[in-house]
Design a protein around this ligand. Sequence first.
Ligand code: SF4
Length: 65
Amino acid sequence: MAAEITVDRDRCMGSGQCTFYAPNTFDLDDSDIAVVTDPHGDSDEKIKMAITVCPTRSIERVAPE
Ligand code: SF4
């Protein structure tokens, strides 16, 4: 099973970096808070970059057990 990606909506400040680095995985909703549109939308490298650049550390990738 693939890893799951979550966004902590209470921490997200809507900076949009994740949508820039992994546009097929993240999007901003009507409240300008990030949502995961497709956990496999981008390459591993792009998703890792999005996680790294998030200024509020709101994105987590949970590996399957
Ligand atoms: S990079 Fe982080 S703070 Fe910015 S929109 Fe994405 S999840 Fe939210």
